[in-house]
Design a protein around this ligand. Structure first.
Ligand SMILES: NC(=O)c1ccc[n+]([C@@H]2O[C@H](COP(=O)([O-])OP(=O)(O)OC[C@H]3O[C@@H](n4cnc5c(N)ncnc54)[C@H](O)[C@@H]3O)[C@@H](O)[C@H]2O)c1
Length: 383
């Protein structure tokens, strides 16, 4: 058994996602568990170098988490041949330029979604990576959520019969920043900085729908900026120029209808921050981030509309939990492990930059549908 170090340049890790999900919950956790075991029995040990713009922040982060290597000079990091992977979780607007440099330096690429601000640029990244022959991957974390793994299990088992429709409710109240600090970075609410809920969430909805239920064929979307002014991290009021809610309908192959509400201006009166209800001829399921409950056709009650009497049904008690039946690890970590194995052994990794570009395409078409107030078909993406 040999341990192979694999050098990873991690850029944007001082941010929310970079620190929590990618550094602490993924790379640090993989190091603490003793690396990733390859089929040969050898061990792959991630060896990160943290990159950031501000020395004091990146140094403090590295020291806090026992990472010996850090830098403020991305070009110098890219010039080091022993670091073979470039990872990017910067704000979306800054991602493409850095990835292009990393591809030119021959690095394998792994990054957050959306991969770029525009479809043209997302496709360019996919094409450049293919031409350079570097391995590439994009975070598609929702696929690794326990609730969605259970949904996929139900789909694969034939539980639903013919799937008719899907209702997705995503969102929570993001504080405006005046009397309580906002819990998301302020760039999310400025279009000019790559913000907006359509750009952010449609990248997720595309891969969730494509992978669980069938390819998205068309979209109708109404965006809105419900909260026109917010207060930033420095306590300064700013105009919210980006959409903070989107009310969309998607049509999937096979005629499945999906309604998806995404909002940072909604208060939660449901089991989770994201719930997905799937209705089929044989049964229905409602998944949250971790849990999933079902009602089969034989357990379906028969309500009759009658507001003259108190409701005799306890609807929420008529569901059965889908059991875990497995141990669920952090989804970001699971996908990191698969990517590291892909780089080391060429094992399959379907979530590449072209799949990532599909997410950017979905966001662009959603924005177009909104501005033109019409349904838009989704063209097939080719490099
Ligand atoms: N997979 C998911 O579920 C998920 C969730 C939230 C965000 N994201 C994506 O992750 C990325 C980072 O989001 P976040 O919420 O961590 O943001 P954040 O603002 O907390 O972090 C952004 C990072 O980019 C760096 N950066 C580099 N250049 C910058 C510049 N000029 N201005 C501002 N920041 C700069 C910051 O230093 C920081 O490290 C975004 O692309 C976002 O879409 C993904």
């Amino acid at each position: 058994m040999t341990t192979h170090n694999i050098g990873i340049i991690m850029n944007g890790v001082t941010g929310r996602m970079g620190t929590n999900q990618h550094l602490i919950r993924s790379i640090k956790a993989i190091r603490e568990q003793g690396g990733v075991t390859l089929p040969s029995g050898d061990i792959l040990m991630p060896d990160p170098i943290l990159v950031g713009r501000q020395e004091h922040k990146v140094r403090a982060l590295a020291e806090k988490h026992g990472i010996s290597r850090w830098s403020t000079d991305l070009d110098a990091c890219l010039a080091n041949d022993s670091d073979t992977i470039y990872f990017d979780s910067q704000t979306t607007a800054h991602r493409a330029a850095s990835i292009k440099k990393a591809i030119a330096a021959g690095k394998h690429i792994y990054c957050e979604k959306p991969t770029a601000d525009s479809l043209a640029e997302s496709l360019e990244l996919a094409r450049l990576a293919r031409e350079a022959g570097v391995k590439n991957g994009v975070v598609q974390d929702k696929l690794f959520l326990p609730g969605l793994i259970k949904l996929k299990r139900l789909v694969d088992s034939g539980f639903f019969g013919r799937i008719l429709s899907v209702r997705m409710e995503f969102g929570y109240w993001v504080f405006e920043g005046d009397w309580q600090p906002g819990q998301r970075p302020s760039w999310n609410y400025r279009k000019e900085d790559g913000g907006g809920i359509i750009v952010d969430m449609f990248a997720h909805w595309r891969y969730v729908l494509d992978n669980l239920f069938g390819e998205v064929k068309s979209v109708s979307c109404l965006g809105v900026t419900h909260i026109p002014e917010r207060v930033d991290e420095q306590g300064k009021p700013y105009e919210a120029t980006a959409d903070d809610a989107a009310y969309a309908t998607f049509e999937l192959e096979g005629g499945i209808i999906v309604q998806a509400n995404s909002s940072w201006a909604v208060r939660v009166n449901r089991d989770d921050l994201l719930t997905i209800q799937v209705d089929g001829t044989e049964g229905t399921a409602v998944a949250g981030l971790r849990d999933c409950k079902v009602q089969h056709r034989v357990n379906t009650p028969k309500p009759v509309w009658n507001p003259d009497i108190p409701n005799p049904f306890k609807f929420l008690e008529q569901w059965q939990e889908v059991p875990d039946n497995q141990i669920f690890d952090n989804g970001f970590k699971v996908q990191w492990e698969l990517f590291l194995k892909h780089v080391a052994t060429d094992s399959p990794f379907p979530w590449d930059l072209l799949e990532g570009a599909k997410g950017t395409q979905m966001a662009e078409l959603g924005l177009q549908s909104w501005s033109e107030r019409r349904w838009i078909d989704v063209p097939e993406l080719k490099l």
